[in-house]
Design a binder for this molecule. Structure first.
Ligand code: FAD
Length: 479
């Protein structure tokens, strides 16, 4: 009667319907399989691997408190599940449904392999608030525009209440051998670049719950006003926890409304927070409808965009050495913490695409490797939104000016000064364009442009014109 619970991006015990159903049916064999082949070109990047390592350790500790443990395997999921089902004499395999193309293809292969063995394969919902098939336009198709999509979500009944965590997991009679997490090399070595991530985040379900509680106990009330200010901790930073399924979106939704019920003053911020959770939902919905979203422009005319690949310029952007302080601050925050503020993600993405004319796919790939919240749907949707090639994207001609964006969203320069310490002594009015500061001032505080901090690598006004001309060319002549 053993049931295998196949953990994927649902690394939690609470509100895990697949796990709970298994726990209520009999002995449970909890399994995590590291299957890089199934993920194809989207195998996890370095920062995600660091997170996974910590999250699996926490999950194992949590399972042990329920009298169980986490069995680890690496390799082809189909072969591993077949072997484990036979070894443990399992009658069923449970898992939480994913909407990523690679994961969905794998689901089909797993289902057919298990069916041949007479083992029940059962998928449960839990990664999204609403199943993508459940939110449809009037004509029955998927939504391509956020606002009507979010309206349809809000009109749907509130999501189900979160399910409780199992209180005990009875152990199977047979425990097949487990791989050792230490052998997987998920934690970076030589060099170990993860210290900033460990200082910033606590991977695992308890860390996720704490993060949500902390956010709902204060910052949510100021979220509407502060969510765009990268110099203050005004957002939830739940994205990696949500990505790895350490907390469910249902839990976030209901906890948010419970906080508002206790304090109506939180309602404006809470509503905005929910609308961001619905952006996550929208990205998943889009990826489900358009599986090529991570690779190809949603608007086909953008496939012909005349990018100029420049490895040197790409490297300067990646290292935060562009000479534009707000861009460099963002790229360094990313490298150090594995996370970047949403406003700054938009600014750095616009700079790569529209100032350096490097393809959004190159930026997407760098984010994939360096973000702890790297998520196929959100990353592709975010990059295509900025590129103007996505569904419901910002129009291409809306090109972010890195200086005015800096002045508007980091007016006191706190964010730049934190991540670009070379400029920390500059007065706020000069921090976003140090090359315009009086030379005597720069000399007085030891800033030598081109030596202690780069000169701007492009002239924004010139780069902007070049982008607009390229865009005009792919759009064709005006009619
Ligand atoms: P909060 O503001 O607290 O929002 C709460 C939650 O809502 C987030 O945790 C996230 O799950 C969701 N959310 C918020 N904004 C968005 C958005 N614009 N699109 C989709 N979901 C959103 N987000 C990722 O999770 N993974 C990615 O790989 C990713 N790549 C991005 C790439 C680009 C170029 C851009 C512009 C955005 C990207 N985002 C990505 C979306 C967004 O930047 C992050 O979700 C957000 O910054 C996470 O911080 P937070 O948890 O504090 O967000």
């Amino acid at each position: 009667m053993t049931i295998i619970h196949w953990f994927r991006n649902d690394l939690r015990l609470a509100d895990n319907r697949a796990l709970l159903a298994a726990a209520l049916s009999g002995p449970v064999l909890p399994v995590y399989i590291l299957d890089d082949t199934a993920a194809g070109s989207w195998a996890m990047g370095g920062a995600s691997r660091w997170w996974l390592d910590k999250s699996l350790r926490r999950l194992d500790a949590d399972l042990r408190r329920l009298g169980s443990r986490l069995l680890l395997r690496r390799g082809d999921s189909v072969a591993v599940l077949k072997e484990l089902a036979a070894a443990a004499e399992a009658t069923a395999v449970h898992w939480t449904r994913s909407y990523e193309p690679g994961a969905m293809a794998l689901d089909l292969r797993v289902k057919s392999a298990l069916t041949v063995l007479g083992v029940t394969a059962k998928q449960f919902r839990g990664a999204a608030l609403f199943e993508p098939e459940a939110i449809r336009t009037g004509t029955g198709g998927p939504f391509k525009v956020y606002t009507p999509f979010s309206r349809a979500c809000r009109a749907a009944l509130p999501p189900k209440l979160p399910a409780a965590a199992p209180t005990v997991l009875s152990a199977p009679t047979v425990w097949p051998a487990s791989a050792a997490l230490d052998d997987w090399g998920l934690h970076p070595a030589q060099p170990d670049w993860s210290a900033g991530m460990a200082d910033t985040f606590t991977p695992g379900e308890a860390g996720a719950v704490e993060r949500l509680e902390q956010f709902l106990s204060g910052p949510v009330g100021r979220y509407r006003d502060q969510r765009d200010i990268p110099g203050v901790a005004g957002t939830s930073r739940l994205s990696p926890h949500l990505h790895f399924g350490e907390i469910s979106p249902q839990t976030c939704w209901h906890a948010t409304f419970a906080a508002v019920a206790n304090n109506n003053g939180l309602s404006a911020g809470a509503d905005k927070f929910i609308s961001e959770i619905l952006w996550r939902e929208f990205a998943m919905h889009l990826l489900f409808a358009v599986p090529s979203l991570p690779e190809r422009a949603f608007r086909p005319e953008f496939e012909a965009f005349p990018w100029s690949p420049q490895p040197g310029a790409l490297a300067a952007w990646q290292r935060g050495q562009t000479g534009y302080p707000i861009v460099d601050a963002g790229m360094r925050e990313l490298w150090h913490t594995g996370w970047m503020h949403n406003r700054v993600r938009m600014i750095v993405a616009s700079f790569l695409i529209k100032d350096l004319h490097i393809s959004w796919q190159d930026g997407e790939a760098w984010f994939w490797d360096t973000l702890v919240d790297a998520n196929l749907a959100n990353n592709a949707a975010g990059w295509q939104w900025v590129a103007g090639s996505g569904a419901d994207a910002a129009p291409f001609f809306r090109i972010f000016n890195p200086i005015t964006q800096g002045l508007k969203f980091d007016p006191d320069g706190a964010y730049v000064k934190r991540w670009v310490p070379e400029l920390a002594r500059l007065p706020a009015e000069h921090v976003h364009a140090p090359w315009l500061a009086p030379p005597l001032l720069l000399a007085g505080i030891g800033v030598k442009l081109g030596e202690t901090y780069p000169q701007p690598m492009v002239d924004h006004a010139v780069a902007r014109e070049r982008s607009l001309a390229a865009f005009q060319a792919i759009k064709g002549p005006a009619v």
